[in-house]
Structures are given as C-alpha cells and as structure tokens.
Design a protein. Structure first.
Length: 309
C-alpha cells in the first residue's frame, strides 16, 4: 500500500516503520530535527519486539509534498488536527481515505468538517511509544494494536487491504463493525488515566491505591460514559467499573502522555480530554464536576509551562 503517515512520533513512527519494513510505501510527514534525522538515517524503532528501521529519505516536511497515496494516517497532536485536515482535501480528491489514530472523540468530528464523511475511517490504537531522540522511537512493552472501521459499517476493499498490510507487518489489528462505540470506550479509559495521573502527578499505581483518588478515577470515567450515552453511543452503565478493574491490571508505574507532557513543560491535550468532556457536557446540559475540576486545575499548564522537578 501507499501510506502517508502525518506525524512521526510514538504512534506514527512505530506503526509507520513496521508497515514500511513489511514492504509498503510509507512517507512520513515530520518536522524539525526529527525530520532531518529520518531523511539522513531513516527512522529507528527500539522495541521489546525487535529493532526496525524505516529507510532514509522516507520523510517530507509538508503534506503538499506527498505523492498519490491510498491511505493517510493522522498521528499528530490534537491541536494540529484542524490545520492537517484542511490540507488533506487534494489527497482525498485523488482517492485517498483518511484514518486518525489520535486520542479522543473530537478528531473525526474535525476531519469531517473538512472532508467528505465517506473519506474518513474511524480508528483507535493501543500502544505506549515516544520519541527517544531525533530519528529514534522507543516502544514500551509489547502492546501494539490498531482497530479501525468504516462508520457506514461496511468492510471496504481499502479497509481489508490495510488489515492485511498490518498483519503482514506484525501489527495486531482488527476491523470493528461499531467503531464509534469502540472509540468512546477507549476515551472513557483515556480520560480517567490522563486526568488522574496528570492532576495528581503520580502514576496509576498511586492513583488506584488510595480510596479517594480511586473514587475520583471511577467518577471521571462514569462522567464520560454519561456524555457518550447522551451523544447516542451505546455504552454500558457498568463500563466504568470494568475500566477500573482494568486499571488494576496495569503496571503500577504506568502513566499518561499528558502527565509526561506536564512534567516536561509541553503543551497539553487537555481541551480534547477532560476539557473536551466538559465542553461536550455543557452543550448537552449535563453536569460533569469531576472533569470540569480537572480541566480547571490544569488550565494554567494547557499551553505549556516550566518543566517539573
């Protein structure tokens, strides 16, 4: 397949490199020192599953430099989604479809403001990976999964082709016939993990060990479920308890990318996580006091700040 990977960080870098090594024509859209390193030496993946390297000169600086592709995978930070989506129309007009592996539930809403509904695939990924240094992405653990599907609930030839490409690349992947619900289910957990670890400034082990922070974690997830149900998504009332039990199975030292961004003084994806929950709830007249409190607590750090000691 001809694949454009818009964003070459932990998610885009890992999955894009695996796909490239398997023989797909993958072009990364990257920037800065990371772009320079990929152009010079390729993109290296360090993983418990092995070492992989995408070829040199497999990256460009902008979407406008891309040639014809079958699939565009969006893996940038959420605040860049509007800008990226506005530049993707020429690729879509040439027949490409677009799959976002970003966090949250707002991503595809933004893409659909710029692109035809039928061009947008729904998707979610499950992985812990980050840029170790320019040109190098480190994968934590062995979890590396992609789930995607058409919102029209049809398995199109392109979706089946991408599934086959993932399997050939050693990526765990599946097609979902209810991708919107699956995206919301991931969002429930993601909001709980990101909100608690970032606001409390501790990994999940500390959060789940104390009864009051454990209750906060559950309440945050329950509020997301309420907003999802009000949006018409079929989410089980007991799903917050299910995700809380799942949190008990996680390594005690596991944290979230938002917590990592806070510690390094980086911009936060807060407006699309707890802040996004609060914004959607306000539109629907629903009260989400726990998520609103997290959004307020972290608001001074939303655009970045000094690194934590």
């Amino acid at each position: 397949m001809r694949i454009a990977m818009v964003g070459a960080g932990g998610v885009g870098g890992y999955f894009g490199t695996r796909l490239a090594v398997a023989g797909n024509e993958v072009t990364f859209v990257a920037r800065g020192r990371h772009l320079e390193a990929i152009r010079r030496d390729g993109l290296e993946i360090r993983s418990p599953l092995g070492a992989f390297r995408a070829p040199a000169n497999s990256a460009v600086a902008s979407i406008s430099e891309l040639g014809p592709v079958d699939l565009v995978i969006v893996a940038v930070k959420l605040w860049d989604t509007d800008d990226v989506a506005a530049q993707l129309r020429p690729a879509v007009d040439r027949g490409a479809r677009v799959l976002s592996l970003q966090n949250g539930v707002h991503k595809d809403m933004i893409l659909r403001r710029h692109l035809p509904d039928e061009a947008v695939l729904g998707g979610a990924c499950y992985i812990s990976a980050f840029i170790q240094e320019p040109g190098v992405v480190t994968h934590n653990g062995t979890l590396q999964k992609v789930v995607f599907g058409d919102y029209q609930q049809e398995q199109t030839p392109l979706a089946r082709a991408f599934l086959a490409a993932c399997h050939a690349a050693g990526i765990e992947a599946e097609i979902s016939s209810d991708i919107e619900r699956l995206i919301w289910e991931k969002f429930v957990f993601l909001v709980g993990l990101s909100a608690t670890t970032t606001a409390i400034r501790q990994p999940i082990g500390a959060v789940r060990a104390h009864p009051r922070s454990r209750a906060l974690l559950r309440d945050l997830m329950a509020e997301v479920i309420a907003v999802g149900q009000a949006s018409g998504v079929q989410l089980d009332e007991k799903f917050a308890d299910d995700r809380l039990a799942f949190c008990d199975t996680l390594p005690a030292g596991m944290t979230s990318s938002m917590h990592n961004d806070l510690e390094h003084g980086n911009r936060l994806e807060l407006p699309w996580l707890s802040g996004g929950v609060a914004e959607l709830a306000t539109r629907m007249g629903i009260s989400v006091p726990r998520n609103q409190a997290v959004a307020d607590i972290l608001a001074p750090y939303e655009l970045g700040g000094p690194a934590m000691d």
